[in-house]
Design a protein around this ligand. Structure first.
Ligand SMILES: NC(=O)c1ccc[n+]([C@@H]2O[C@H](COP(=O)([O-])OP(=O)(O)OC[C@H]3O[C@@H](n4cnc5c(N)ncnc54)[C@H](OP(=O)(O)O)[C@@H]3O)[C@@H](O)[C@H]2O)c1
Length: 229
């Protein structure tokens, strides 16, 4: 029996990540999903299982390097080494919370640092692990980051998130340049709109197709770094 490819999605919830996991599962991938909330992961795993997917879960907080290493190793033991990894975490929070939208003068150093630890340092933790552990399938290995429009067009009420997303975008470009010769395709899907299932552009289903497009680019000469969507 042919070996099935494996994708890990780090930063799992009901939005983009669910769309990506469902799409790759429908194409025959085994799926590892990770975020900080065990109960949400168990429910998501049951729902993916019910759709025929092979799934493993791990509790990970990407701002902690030991947590990333432990959780991604756990997924590898369960499913095998990944061929594709998606870093989907964003440090955006709901209004009224530390990480929610707020005027520039309320962005304290502590809040700014929190955004950076999740969206930027978290991306580095996961990218470093990925470089060491992704294995090729069908000739390539793939690491994809989820970006946001704020990285390019920052708005005053999202200064902390925008700066951290810009750092992550920059980091992903360096990873793309450095690892292209090593057969690792690093991509970035910059999502420019508000994600809802009803949107005729920014639904998780339609956004997930952008990740599949990057995965399907087999010839390094025509690899895309960023899809601005
Ligand atoms: N939603 C939008 O409108 C929108 C627009 C543009 C860009 N984006 C970007 O798209 C990505 C996905 O957004 P989404 O809203 O669709 O989310 P999603 O895929 O539904 O879920 C992302 C998950 O990441 C997890 N997470 C948060 N902090 C984490 C941490 N420190 N370590 C590990 N996991 C963590 C959260 O679960 P736990 O709380 O359980 O950990 C959350 O459910 C983000 O990078 C976001 O910035 C979103």
């Amino acid at each position: 029996m042919a070996t099935k490819p494996v994708i890990f999605v780090v930063g799992y919830g009901p939005g983009i990540s669910e769309g990506v996991a469902e799409l790759f599962a429908s194409k025959g991938f085994k799926v590892g999903i990770a975020s900080r909330t065990e109960s949400k992961l168990s429910a998501a795993s049951e729902s993916l299982n019910a759709k025929g997917a092979t799934v493993a879960t791990a509790v990970i907080d990407v701002s902690s390097n030991p947590s990333v290493i432990y959780g991604l190793s756990k997924l590898t033991i369960a499913l095998g080494a990944p061929n594709v990894l998606v870093f989907n975490v964003g440090s955006n929070g709901p209004p009224g919370t530390d990480l929610g939208p707020k005027p520039l003068e309320e962005i304290t150093p502590e809040i700014f640092e929190k955004h950076w630890r999740i969206s930027a340092l978290g991306a580095l933790h996961v990218a470093r692990w990925s470089v060491d552990h992704l294995v090729p399938f069908d000739g390539k290995k793939t690491l994809i980051f989820t970006g946001g429009g704020l990285a390019k067009d920052p708005r005053p009420n999202h200064a902390g998130l925008a700066a951290a997303k810009a750092a992550m975008r920059n980091l992903s470009r360096v990873y793309y340049n450095v690892h292209k010769p090593n057969g690792l395709h690093v991509g970035l899907v910059t999502v420019r709109g508000f994600v809802t299932p009803e949107s005729d552009k920014w639904s998780p289903k339609l956004i997930a197709e952008q990740y599949w497009k990057l995965y399907e680019e087999k010839d390094p000469e025509s690899w895309t770094w960023e899809i601005d969507y």
